[in-house]
Ligand binder design. Sequence first.
Ligand code: MTE
Ligand code: MO
Length: 417
Amino acid sequence: MYEAQRALASPVRNPRMATVIGRLLGAAFLICFGTGLYSHFLQEPLDGMRFATRPEFLYQVTQGTHIIAGIACFPLLLAKLYIVFPELFSFPPVRGLVHLVERASIALFVGASMVQITIGLLNTYQWYPWPFPFRQVHFALGWILIGLLIIHIGVKLPVIARYWNTAPTEADNDHLVDAVSADRAENAEAVRLWGETRPGGMTGRVLNFIDNTPRTASRLSRRGFLTTVGVATTAVVGLTAGQTFTPLNTVNLFGPRKKGVGPQGVPVNRTSEQAKVAESAMAAGWTLTVAVSGTERAFTRAELLALPQTAVTLPIACVEGWSQMAHWRGVRLRDLADLMNADPSTSFRLISLEERGSFSKTQMGREYVRDPLTLVALELNGETLDLEHGYPARMIAPGRPGVLQTKWLRRIEAIES
Ligand SMILES: Nc1nc2c(c(=O)[nH]1)N[C@H]1C(S)=C(S)[C@@H](COP(=O)(O)O)O[C@H]1N2
Ligand SMILES: [Mo]
């Protein structure tokens, strides 16, 4: 065991580096958790929840950030695992109940983190090679991870506090002693081999002596390690963030969607064929039914076009991270609601021609219904709405996830409470 640990000794495998990377990873986790909760509640609001409709690109920013922070977790988590990997070989493997719980919680934390970021990434490519519902599992794992993060920070607080903002020293490698033997009395040999664990203790020098590594080399390799992690993180983020962040669009190599690519210059998520609406959406007899308090009225497309038209610039901001600003024209939902004498406090249900599929029916709180930017859109970027973008009519509202921007509308009904 000690041999294994000695073989794995490296100037970057120390608690200071673990703290440096751990801080970044912790920040990324918190960002993902916060933006994830926001996205979750937008899609599944609790009773009485209301959301900001401005800035209209709010969700574009929160969800873009969610995906970017999630992607950054890959190199950061790998770096963190690289740093603490020798602890796997700590001996004895279990030193009592507390230690058992600590190790089990870390094993769970690492495993759950890997699963979380992996299914999140695959989801952005709309690839679901697993038998469980993505959203519920991603949500539940988010809570579990935050719980485990709190436990992890609690357990490691002494180490974190000690290395939070101290400059690197040769004594950083003292941690190997911690790993080898927290209980020094029982591990006399380890103590003899690795020395004291105090900052400024002998261990760094002992290690360097054993490794025959000059100190400058170890400082260089620390810097090299941080540079590698920095470059890797910048690369994976930089090469995908263009799907959200226009200036990086030209280097969007990994993002599943590209800005400006698709009918009318906007990417398409689900196609009319996938949604099985190609026929019903093109049918000559199409109407949009608006139902409020037992009264229904069916509008043809010509009738909708004859109502006052409003032009807005709003993004499609997909939960998968890509987003795209576009110019829309159509009828304010508020105007339709007023035509039907709906109470201003009414929420609406939006129903698509699409018969199955989780986005075939969505709900919209009154803050969006009353918003002057919320449209039943009939045109996109100066042309009749393309079939793929929801012809004959689709919803477009400020600050909402793409999943709620219902395409191929058939019916809009007030939710009477
Ligand atoms: N009826 C219906 N509307 C839908 C969807 C869908 O699958 N069915 N997908 C949603 C999703 S996930 C997104 S991101 C946007 C994408 O709109 P676009 O394809 O016009 O870019 O449409 C939304 N509207
Ligand atoms: Mo989406």
